[in-house]
Ligand binder design. Structure first.
Ligand code: ATP
Length: 769
């Protein structure tokens, strides 16, 4: 010790203050000159030491200011329990400031002699291993698909597949036999009777569908025709139970139509093809088969059934191509295949022939006709079918501005309009001619007039006319008129499993977005790590434990909450936008599948489970970069678990946003929300201030506050032998010692977001109308 004044043991020359009356050396301190005769003292520091202590919490003045003043054990050294020695931190261990027993470094950490922190490579080793395995899996899947496609192409050119176009076609017969096995009943088909069926949305002052009465017999093939906006889709939606009529009633097979009872029996092919683009044609159809075919079927039977349908729909050669790589016509046929595979009792198709060439369109309609001859009810919305297609139909319903202007056998439609004074040339396509008649060019078409016995005209509108013209509609309530659906679809657990494996496959087929997401996590961790690198692992500084409080430097209670804030914001940015995509991109698929009887909760659970590997991998990449640069005093696994749970919470929040907000606005909205929530983590305004406002409960509703508290707990725990952490907690209002509860709360809040997302998904507009 140099520079001591002759009458003081302190460098500054001031009189020392005794810290304790007997010998005592706090853990983590170096007290070489102290004894019972010379107990530890505090010396007023020199000006430069005082300045360093106040200005640089991360590099405090650790030089003794007096002969008997203990000094905190500097970084890279350790001072065993009685503080008599100051030793170099051995290789393979690290010694942050105030160490009395070196911390052992992990096997995969870099810790040379006199290390003050450990550079953990554990995360890197794991992510490299996982990334390599994933790359190999992706490559294997790609090669498998490529070789299957090559094989299909070779088979196609050698065998020149024939279209499944006629009754005597072997592929139709094979599929029909398979279909009959699948429906397992002789009571095939559904008949619909409707009376005064009306639909008027609350927002409108006119009917979209106006008092339509009539019936559709099982085993018949119907076309619903009319100009654009005439109410065709709305009418079909009403029949399928997707919309609740404002007035009127529907019966199915003579019984009250309860959607839940017949949703598994009907199939609906929407106008826009709702297929998962990352999957192959076969995978799309096979999924539907797995979910909806009788649960007693084996996987081999399902595959066999799919083979026959693919053959029938002329899709065998494209079956292993992903949907984004097939033509519009093939997509349409695949979309129809998804419904046909399940053996529906009634099939509703919106524009099934659009996008098909005329030969394919005709062969498809003939397949539908063959199904209807088995008993299946077929209802197609068709705009302008060519003559050959029109002639395959049994019955036609023509709508104009929501009113039915014709309902009956196809052969009767031309005479009906001719009798009404409209000219229909024999050479013309009757469908075109009728659409011309009911188009805007003829704004008013009056119904045929009926005369009473005295010969006077009864003035009638279309509604009255059809009530009189059509035979009475049977609406009777019978006990169980519908074919049984028991055992028709896979059990819940299996549905969940199929949805999970499908979603994982989707992720595997999108390597760019998958790796981008993980890459963003890695970059976020890297940036935070870089920002914290200069701290050299010293992220907290409190008052030294008694009796050494006077030796303390300026406290630093803000860095840990600031690290939490940075992590929350970075995780929010890294996971909000991918989280939104979980459901945002697939609302149409969800609606289509759940309407056909797919369990909503199984779909949701499968989808959610599929995000777990993404969350685990993103957070692993984040933690690896963060941990190696920031070198926090907490263990790699504690960091990882805490970060992964916050990822989990934000993913849940983003899923909720994706359900509530439109697909276009979702990513931006979720990012903003996640950032706002991140700010509410107790850093600014500090939790102590929030406490004074009596608003802590509000902060506690967000995962960031619990995340920051968990972080605070871990960071302070490794310094608890040196600093008075209870004082720090009391001053900042963070509660220490409940790390598990903090993590649990982050998990619970993340799960609540998911439950809300599920409720939103079930009740979102379009799910139920
Ligand atoms: N919920 C609703 N609220 C307000 N208007 C609606 C609603 N549903 C349908 N419409 C309107 O009702 C009319 C009939 O719609 P619908 O989709 O049934 O017609 P469409 O005959 O199927 O038409 P397209 O052939 O063009 O598909 C359209 O003008 C549509 O905008």
């Amino acid at each position: 010790m140099v520079g001591l004044s002759s009458n003081s043991s302190c460098l500054s020359g001031a009189a020392p203050i005794q810290l304790t009356s007997s010998f005592h050396c706090n853990l983590g301190f170096y007290c070489p000159n102290n004894s019972a005769l010379h107990p530890p003292e505090f010396c007023a520091p020199t000006a430069s030491c005082q300045a360093t202590r106040l200005e640089s919490p991360s590099t405090p003045c650790v030089e003794s200011q007096g002969l008997y003043q203990p000094v905190v054990c500097p970084p890279g050294k350790f001072c065993p329990q009685d503080g008599r020695e100051m030793l170099s931190c051995p290789k393979g261990s690290y010694c942050p400031v105030g160490t009395y027993d070196p911390f052992r470094c992990g096997l995969t950490s870099i810790c040379p002699l006199e290390s003050s922190r450990q550079f953990s490579l554990l995360g890197f080793i794991i992510i490299v291993a996982i990334d390599v395995v994933m790359g190999l899996l992706w490559w294997r899947d790609w090669r498998k698909l490529r070789s299957k496609n090559r094989r299909s192409d070779v088979e196609r050119t050698s065998s020149q597949e024939t279209l499944c176009s006629s009754d005597d076609d072997a592929s139709v017969k094979a599929f029909m036999a398979s279909f009959a096995r699948c429906v397992k009943t002789s009571n095939i088909g559904l008949s619909f009777a409707f009376s005064d069926l009306t639909y008027r949305p609350k927002s409108m002052d006119r009917d979209i569908v106006s008092a339509i009465s009539g019936g559709i017999e099982k085993g018949s093939m119907w076309a619903v025709m009319g100009p654009s906006g005439s109410g065709k889709s709305t009418f079909v939606d009403l029949l399928m139970g997707n919309r609740i009529p404002s007035n009127g009633s529907i019966s199915v097979n003579g019984g009250q139509a309860e959607r839940s009872k017949y949703s598994k029996l009907i199939g609906y092919v929407p106008q826009d093809d709702v297929l998962l683009p990352e999957l192959t044609v076969r995978e799309n159809i096979l999924h539907s088969a797995r979910i909806r075919l009788p649960r007693s079927w084996t996987e081999a039977q399902r595959n066999d059934h799919v083979d026959r349908l693919l053959d029938c729909l002329h899709l065998t050669h494209t079956q292993h191509r992903t949907v984004r790589n097939i033509s519009g016509g093939e997509r349409k046929r695949a979309s129809i295949g998804i419904e046909l595979i399940a053996g529906p009792m009634a099939l509703f198709l919106d524009e099934p022939t659009s996008g098909l060439d005329s030969t394919s369109a005709l062969s498809l309609v003939e397949l539908l006709k063959a199904l209807s001859q088995m008993g299946v009810t077929i209802v197609c919305i068709i705009h302008q079918p060519r003559r050959e297609i029109f002639e395959v139909l049994d019955n036609v319903l023509v709508l104009k501005k929501g009113e039915q202007v014709f309902q009956g056998p196809r052969e009767g439609i031309v005479p009906f309009f001719k009798n009404r004074g409209f000219s229909v040339s024999d050479a013309a396509n009757p469908a075109d001619a009728i659409l011309d008649i009911v188009s805007e060019r003829n704004p008013i078409i009056e119904p045929p007039q009926i005369f009473n016995m005295h010969g006077s005209k009864l003035v009638m509108d279309w509604e009255e006319y059809w009530k009189k013209a059509l035979p009475p509609i049977p609406i009777t309530v019978s006990d169980d008129p519908l074919p049984s659906t028991s055992g028709r679809s896979a059990p819940w657990l299996l549905q969940t499993y199929f949805c999970l494996t499908r979603a994982l496959k989707q992720q595997q087929r999108q390597p760019v977005s998958f790796y981008l997401e993980i890459g963003v996590g890695a970059v976020a961790g890297l940036l935070i790590g870089l920002a914290l690198y200069p701290y050299k692992g010293l992220h907290f500084q409190g008052l030294y434990l008694p009796p050494f409080e006077l030796l303390s430097s300026a406290v630093d209670y803000k860095t840990v909450p600031m690290i939490s804030l940075m992590c929350c914001m970075a995780i929010g940015l890294a996971s909000a936008s991918p989280g939104v995509r979980v459901f945002g991109d697939e609302k149409d698929t969800y609606q289509r599948e759940t309407r056909s009887g797919h369990s909503r909760s199984a779909y949701y659970t499968g989808k959610l489970l599929s995000t777990i590997p993404r969350i685990l991998l993103s957070s692993l990449h984040f933690t690896s970069f963060y941990a190696i640069l920031a070198t926090p005093c907490i263990s790699f696994w504690d960091s990882y678990v805490t970060i992964a749970l916050y990822f989990y919470a934000i993913y849940g929040l983003a899923s909720l946003v994706s359900v509530v907000v439109s697909r276009e606005d979702g990513p931006l909205f979720a990012t903003i929300l996640c950032l706002v929530i991140s700010v509410l983590d107790g850093h600014g305004p500090p939790l102590a201030t929030v406490h004074e406002w009596h608003l802590e409960w509000m902060w506690r509703m967000y995962p960031g506050t619990w995340f920051a508290e968990a972080w605070m707990d871990r960071f302070l725990r490794c310094a608890a032998h040196l600093y008075d952490v209870d004082k720090a907690a009391a001053a900042t209002k963070w509660v220490l010692g409940r790390y598990s509860l903090d993590l649990g709360m982050v998990f619970i809040i993340g799960s609540v977001y998911r439950v809300l997302a599920f409720v939103g998904l079930v009740w979102a507009p379009g799910s139920r109308r």
